[in-house]
Design a protein around this ligand. Structure first.
Ligand code: G3P
Ligand code: CA
Length: 396
């Protein structure tokens, strides 16, 4: 990483590399203020000094490398082993974590409530009778669910690798780490910030918020309460909040001042809160200029799939970039697409090398293509690879 970028990451000195800092207020060709958080960009444009939400986003380097579920390319996801490695590798932000609740109301870090695929729960005979089938956001799912376990029970489990066919080496760490709680993450963030002498950023996500609210386990109030307790609910707090359900982000918008990001799945999909509310709109509607303007009224960014930035053809090859980056920037929203992974099956076809499911493809080529669209950051399972690709890009 170049020296200017190092300063941006480590010291947050305000020194600007060519594309290094969100706070640099770089003027783009069209005169738009690039590289600022959405609200901050709008404020900078109209001269307003005060921005309620997301001001701290300005201290992050661009493009921002976000460790997806930690460094999940190398360690079982959503463990302190994975989070710690993401920091060690230099990730600017760590997605710690995807948040789901326990039966007794604690928030824990799992990608989904069903834990059969990411823990050793199947080996625990005492929990055999908890295996069940539920309908989760319209999909029938069989397994074990966090909301049926107390925190004490979940703490007896250990994490395992989700995709051993792609990541056989990661199984070395099966059984090593327990499921983190969100409160443990908030304390870990402070410890790591002190220890490393640089601000550690996290990027938690509310998972299935409508589903859990109907079970009496609303997520947003719990998130807000913990953020407040740890003094991390302000506009400059190093905690970005994300959700696939716009109403969850709107609720968080009323509870805290943190930067907020609306996640966007495929164009034809409907956020589950829309389904429940009878709102017929799809993601395609949300990414129109009008849809993006509406999002910019309560969030600072969007987290689209990479396919919404550059669609693939039937062969899995990249086609022409959409106007999403320009359209989002026009209304002051930053873009943090997901998810870059080094292994062949997760790359566009033309960037694969051979056919092995656990072999790496030409991921640098893929990064170059995606960064060229002007995205503000990216979620990646391999933060070290992402940082090298970023270095190539900012020095190009
Ligand atoms: O949060 C960004 C990205 O993580 C969204 O995808 O399914 O991995 O949570 P997912
Ligand atoms: Ca996530």
């Amino acid at each position: 990483m170049g020296s200017q970028d190092s300063q941006a990451v480590d010291g947050q000195t305000g020194v600007t590399g060519r594309r290094a800092l969100l706070g640099a207020a770089v003027l783009g060709a069209g005169g738009a203020v690039l590289g600022l958080s959405g609200a901050a960009r709008a404020a900078a444009a109209d001269g307003t000094a005060e921005v309620r939400h997301g001001g701290g986003l300005r201290s992050l380097p661009v493009p921002t490398i976000i460790g997806h579920r930690g460094a999940s390319g190398y360690r079982p996801e959503h463990t302190f082993g994975s989070y710690q490695l993401a920091l060690d590798l230099g990730a600017h932000v760590v997605e710690a974590g995807d948040l789901v609740p326990t039966k007794d109301g604690h928030l824990v870090c799992r990608h989904e409530p069903e834990i059969g695929g990411t823990t050793d729960v199947a080996d625990h005979k005492e929990f055999a009778d908890r295996r069940t089938t539920k309908v989760l956001d319209g999909v029938s799912v069989t397994g074990w669910f966090t909301e049926d376990f107390t925190l004490a029970e979940l703490k007896t489990l250990r994490a395992i690798e989700r995709i051993p066919a792609n990541r056989p080496h990661n199984t070395l760490y099966n059984g090593r780490w327990e499921i983190p709680t969100f409160e443990e993450v908030l304390k870990w963030q402070d410890e790591q910030t002190r220890k490393r002498g640089r601000q550690v950023w996290i990027y938690p996500e509310t998972k299935h918020p409508t589903y859990f609210r109907k079970l009496g386990l609303g997520l947003e109030e719990r998130v807000a309460k913990l953020l407040r307790k740890h003094g991390k609910d302000g506009r400059n707090a190093p905690v970005i909040l994300q959700s696939f359900e716009p109403s969850s982000i709107q609720r968080l918008n009323r509870l805290v001042d943190n930067p907020l990001v609306v996640l966007l799945s495929s164009a034809t999909s409907r956020p589950w809160d829309f389904v429940e509310a009878g709102d017929p709109r799809t993601v395609a509607d949300l990414i129109t200029p009008a849809g993006l303007r509406e999002i910019a009224g309560y969030a600072q960014g969007i987290g689209p799939t990479l396919d919404l930035v550059i669609p693939k053809d039937a062969n899995g090859d990249l086609t022409t970039p959409t106007t999403l980056v320009a359209d989002a920037h026009k209304v002051g929203l930053i873009l943090h697409p997901y998810t870059m992974r080094n292994e062949n099956p997760f790359l566009p076809t033309s960037f694969r090398k051979g056919t092995d499911a656990d072999a790496y493809g030409d991921v640098f080529g893929a990064y170059k293509t995606y960064f060229a669209t002007g995205i503000d950051g990216v979620f990646t399972d391999n933060p070290d690879t992402g940082l090298l690709a970023r270095e190539d890009f900012v020095n190009s």
